[in-house]
Every structure is written in C-alpha cells, then in structure tokens.
Design a protein around this ligand. Structure first.
Ligand code: GAR
Length: 215
C-alpha cells in the first residue's frame, strides 16, 4: 500500500533535506552545491548512512553537515534497524528525505513516518530494470535508451510513483561503468531540478499514482 502524502505537501522554504547514502555521494554533492543558492529552496541539513568509511560521509563532513550512521548488523532484527534509522532521521526534522545511492530497503516504521515525502533515484527508466543492477540489466537486455528515475518510495522495490525521468542513450561501446557514469550525469541534473521544484512549489501524490509538482 502506498503511503499517500497529504495533498500538496509544501515545505516552508528552505526545505530541510535529509539525504541517505551508501557510497560515492555524487548526487548528495549536487544537492549540497545546489543548496548554496538561497533561491534553490532546499538545503541538506543531515546525511545518514548504513555504513562507515564512504566518500559520501566525507563530502558531508567537509562542509560541516551533521551525519549519522545506522548499520543493519548492529541490530538484532531488521525492524529494529528501521526504527533506529527513523529516529535518527526524525531528529533533523526533514521536509523531504532523499535516498541518493542508499542501498537498503526502508521498512514500515520509516515509511510510516515519512511516506509520501521520501524520494529515491534509480539508474534506469522504471518500471524497467528495478533492483540493485539496473544498469547492467539494461545493457544485457540490449536497450538503446535507458536513463534515470526519481520516484516516491513505497513498500515495493523501486515501485513507487514516478516524479521525473530523463533518457540517456546507450552506446555500442558502453560497458556497465561507462553507461552508469553517463546516467549519473543526467541523474544529478534531474535530482537537483526535481527536489528544488518540490521544495519551492510543493507536491501532491494522487490516488492514481500520478505525482503533481505545484498546486
Ligand atoms: C546512483 O546512480 C543511484 O541511482 C544508484 O546509485 C548511484 C549512486 O551514486 N542507486 C541505486 O542503484 C539504487 N537502487 P552516488 O553515490 O554517486 O550518488
């Protein structure tokens, strides 16, 4: 079941972003950079991770953004981890949560607290190629166009309502890494644009799954 946001969620500018990460953090960096402009309408107030020693945490620390790390292995049950992540995120009073390369599925507690205002970005044109290996699977399938999707997280795997997408051509010479890097260039632009518009204009999630930015 999709947790539906109240009609026209609209943060008071600047919107408070908590970004969840697991790796390199280039999407996080793009959001941090965008937030330097007061006109952007949103600013990264905290960064959460599911592991230590990742570049994304270094990027946050470098500019003095608070971080927290909540590791699955530190909890007896996955639900306990999910609750701890919820509490740690809640402390920063986010208007919007952005999973930017966060490689964990969020659970009931998290979606109960933040459903309808938690975004994810995926390196394929959903609903094609969901899951951990979207770039590899698109390449193996032989598609000529792939891309990236910003969507609202629900209880499924990369299954929530689509907010925005961008297409990226596949070249004959592409391997997974080259294609992923080209997708990430488009993804950073799409994510920054989408988050900024949502923060400035508000958004609604219709029962039809359609997401509308603005009133
Ligand atoms: C991005 O391409 C994002 O779409 C992907 O991880 C990359 C993170 O890059 N996420 C997933 O595949 C989630 N299923 P970054 O750490 O440089 O922002």
């Amino acid at each position: 079941m999709l947790p539906v946001a109240p009609p026209a969620s609209r943060p008071t500018p600047p919107g408070r972003l908590v970004v969840l990460v697991s790796g390199e953090g280039t999407n996080l960096q793009a959001l941090i950079d965008a937030g330097q402009d007061p006109g952007y309408g949103a600013t990264v107030v905290a960064v959460g991770a599911d592991r230590d020693n990742i570049k994304a945490l270094d990027r946050a620390a470098r500019v003095g953004i608070p971080t927290f790390t909540t590791k699955v292995k530190d909890f007896a049950a996955r639900e306990d981890w999910d609750r701890a992540l919820t509490v740690a995120t809640e402390e920063h009073q986010p208007d919007l949560i952005v999973c930017a390369g966060f490689m964990k599925l969020l659970g009931k507690a998290f979606l109960g607290a933040f459903g309808g205002r938690c975004l994810n970005t995926h390196p394929a044109l959903l609903p094609s190629f969901p899951g951990m290996h979207g770039v590899r699977e698109a390449l193996e399938y032989g598609v000529k166009v792939t891309g990236c999707t910003v969507f609202i997280v629900d209880a499924g795997v990369d299954a929530g309502p689509v907010v925005a997408q961008a297409a990226v051509p596949v070249h004959d010479t592409d391997d997974e890494q080259a294609l992923h890097e080209r997708i990430k260039v488009a993804e950073r632009v799409l994510l920054v644009d989408t988050v900024g518009r949502m923060a400035r204009e508000g958004w609604s999630v219709m029962s039809s799954r359609k997401v509308r930015i603005g009133s």
